[in-house]
Design a protein around this ligand. Structure first.
Ligand code: IMP
Length: 232
């Protein structure tokens, strides 16, 4: 059992906390009329997946991937609890189960990270913290003079119901860490990650390029196939 709990701010938590309860609810869920549980939603809304994240890039990537499968997704910009663990799947599952109970609906949580081979997998589940503290520049300095630059991104997804059940999916993309940042698109470590088989970084490639290779797209496609198969 993980020993410590912490709440991940993902940037805008402080701003949200200052809002009144009603405004906060309206901001957290994209449309206020969906707030009062399943009773006032139309039947099709029951199949809508609520993605708990405050990261718009992650949300947009998920949405682009699920769209062709005809799966509707909405953003639930609520803070989530993040346990300390070196296993992405554990972090996502705990946060999803807790959020599903809190919001009384089925929710989706994703946790991801960059794992660098020569650094024994660092920053891994601490990627967000490392990005917020030393940034891409600081991280490249850590990699200074390293000739072995293999790395992978991994995303773990958990879909949890308020009754406690959950399903997990994951995706991985192998590649290398570039020597300098290139490109302006995307987020996080996109400017320094070159997927295997490509010659440019995620940040240079744009959305189609990212979706072709990305760990997140792989995980969301697995979820989509499962979701369609099980028709829950
Ligand atoms: P978390 O899932 O909120 O813990 O954050 C994961 C962190 O890993 C992000 O803040 C990024 O720094 C990094 N990361 C995860 N996925 C990606 C990606 O697709 N592109 C760039 N950075 C990523």
């Amino acid at each position: 059992m993980p020993s410590m709990l912490q709440v991940r701010s993902e940037g805008s938590r402080r701003a949200i906390v200052r809002l009144s309860e009603r405004k906060w609810r309206n901001r957290v869920f994209e449309k206020p009329r969906k707030l009062h549980g399943e009773a006032d939603t139309s039947p099709s809304d029951k199949r809508t997946l609520w993605f708990v994240t405050q990261n718009r890039h992650k949300y947009q990537e998920a949405r682009r991937t699920l769209d062709p499968f005809g799966i509707k997704i909405r953003m639930l910009a609520s803070p989530k609890t993040e346990i300390q663990s070196t296993i992405l799947g554990e972090i996502a599952k705990f946060a999803a189960q807790e959020a599903a109970k809190k919001h009384k609906r089925r929710v989706l949580v994703e946790d991801s990270g960059l794992f660098v081979r020569i650094l024994n997998g660092f920053p891994g589940t601490f990627s967000s913290y490392v990005h917020d503290t030393i940034g891409v520049g600081g991280f490249l300095r850590l990699m200074n003079r390293q000739t072995r630059r293999e790395a992978y991104f991994q995303a773990s997804l958990a879909l949890a119901s308020p009754r406690g059940s959950s399903q997990e999916f994951s995706g991985k993309v192998h590649g290398t860490i570039s020597h300098k940042p290139s490109g302006t698109q995307g987020f996080g470590f996109d400017p320094i990650f070159i997927p295997r088989g490509a010659r440019k970084t995620f940040a240079q490639g744009g959305t189609q390029f990212k979706d072709k290779y990305s760990h997140r797209a792989i995980a969301f496609r697995k979820l989509a196939r499962w979701y369609i198969r099980t028709k829950i």
